[in-house]
Design a protein around this ligand. Structure first.
Ligand code: DQA
Length: 142
């Protein structure tokens, strides 16, 4: 059994009602359930978390660094401006995969910069809720 931490940043707790034309109609807990289901079938154990608080996300990244845990992270808006989240993620020793529901490169220009991509093993964007499953699939092969 391999533990994987899945971390979600601000406003992702609003999925389901938040701009469904961009982010889809599934809630974050439904996305979490599908990750847990995938994980069970692939000998992974998922710890799926969300916060609107930058400091909390940083604490979770520190915990992942201390426990050498692989991380799948949707940093949401923090992606585009948080040097602090990037610095915390830089301390991870196990793989980090960045995920996004939408494809930020196909959206407003301020979303074209990711401070996280440069320190992630890879990024999966634009596949809606399936981005998370694709990230888990990728994690299995790392
Ligand atoms: C997002 C894309 C970000 O630009 C945005 O701020 C989000 C969600 C995504 O999953 O598509 O909150 O990370």
């Amino acid at each position: 059994m391999r533990d994987v931490l899945i971390l979600n940043g601000p406003n992702l707790d609003r999925l389901g009602t938040r701009e469904p034309e961009i982010y889809g109609s599934l809630s974050l807990s439904e996305i979490g359930d599908s990750c847990v289901e995938f994980a069970k079938a692939h000998s992974l154990r998922i710890d799926f978390r969300q916060t609107n608080d930058e400091a909390e996300l940083i604490r979770w990244l520190h915990e992942a660094a201390d426990r050498s845990l692989p991380v799948i992270m949707n940093p949401a808006a923090f992606t585009h401006y948080s040097v602090a989240v990037r610095d915390a993620a830089s301390m991870l020793t196990a793989p980090l995969i960045e995920v996004h529901l939408s494809n930020p490169l196909a959206r407003e220009e301020f979303r074209h910069t990711s401070l996280v991509s440069g320190i992630a093993h890879g990024t999966i964007s634009g596949f809606g809720a399936n981005s998370y499953i694709l990230a888990l699939q990728a994690m299995l092969n790392l």
